[in-house]
Design a binder for this molecule. Structure first.
Ligand code: 5GP
Length: 113
């Protein structure tokens, strides 16, 4: 897969406000937040999108979601939050490195645009 800006964030070549890091993933605040809390949880493994995951990635996907829920708890999003994964052009994906958006801190409307 082609290198993305998220690979540079993982390598600390460009700055980000990091909320969590472990061997498998990194979580950092979105540069253009769409809610009071807007964090991106990304695997360190370079996977382009949900369309590219394999059975071998199943534990990793679970870990990413678990990290997101732990961050939501630590940031006191008791009133609720939303996890979003945009996939491909129709899904609105703009960075081709798999990422989960954690959005919270305000009521979120539905359906999305
Ligand atoms: P997507 O549209 O692919 O689902 O989400 C990509 C997200 O990455 C967007 O919300 C965008 O604001 C965020 N983003 C793009 N470039 C950077 C960056 O350099 N730093 C950070 N922290 N977020 C970025």
């Amino acid at each position: 897969m082609a290198e993305t800006i998220f690979a540079k964030i993982i390598r600390r070549e460009i700055p980000a406000r990091i909320e969590h890091e472990d061997d498998e993933c990194l979580a950092f605040h979105d540069v253009a937040p769409q809610a009071p809390t807007h964090i991106l949880i990304i695997p360190k493994k370079p996977i382009s999108s949900l369309a590219d995951v394999t059975d071998a990635d199943t534990p990793l996907l679970g870990h990413l979601i678990r990290v997101a829920t732990e961050i939501a708890t630590s940031l006191h999003l008791e009133e609720g939050y939303r996890l979003v994964v945009n996939c491909g052009d129709h899904g609105g994906q703009t960075v081709n490195h798999l990422h989960i958006h954690l959005l919270g801190g305000r009521p979120l409307s539905w359906p999305p645009g």
